[in-house]
Design a protein around this ligand. Structure first.
Ligand code: ZN
Length: 96
């Protein structure tokens, strides 16, 4: 499945309620899911880790869709040719 197909799937499943909820409240859910992913990583539970990654991605797609951002296109234009800063694959920027 391409990212654009995933975005359409999430739009088909949740688009109507996401639009009712609006960007401001939907992005809060994204933030909460990132917190849950953080806890799953910290707790080292492999099955909840998979779920939380999927949930973060789904909420990210919802927020992108509400804002009219084509996430696949955005990702490709930002990272498709390598690191956005140095342009290399792998990145050769100084490590921070
Ligand atoms: Zn770089």
């Amino acid at each position: 499945m391409r990212i654009s197909e995933a975005q359409k799937l999430i739009r088909d499943i949740y688009g109507k309620r996401d639009r009712r909820r609006g960007v401001d409240r939907t992005v809060i859910h994204l933030g909460e899911e990132v917190g849950e992913l953080f806890r799953a990583i910290r707790d080292g539970d492999p099955s909840s880790l998979r779920e939380e990654f999927a949930d973060v991605f789904a909420w990210l797609l919802s927020v992108a869709d509400l804002l009219g951002v084509d996430l696949e296109g955005a990702f490709i234009s930002r990272y498709g040719k390598g690191c956005p800063k140095c342009g290399n694959i792998p990145c050769t920027c100084p490590e921070v």
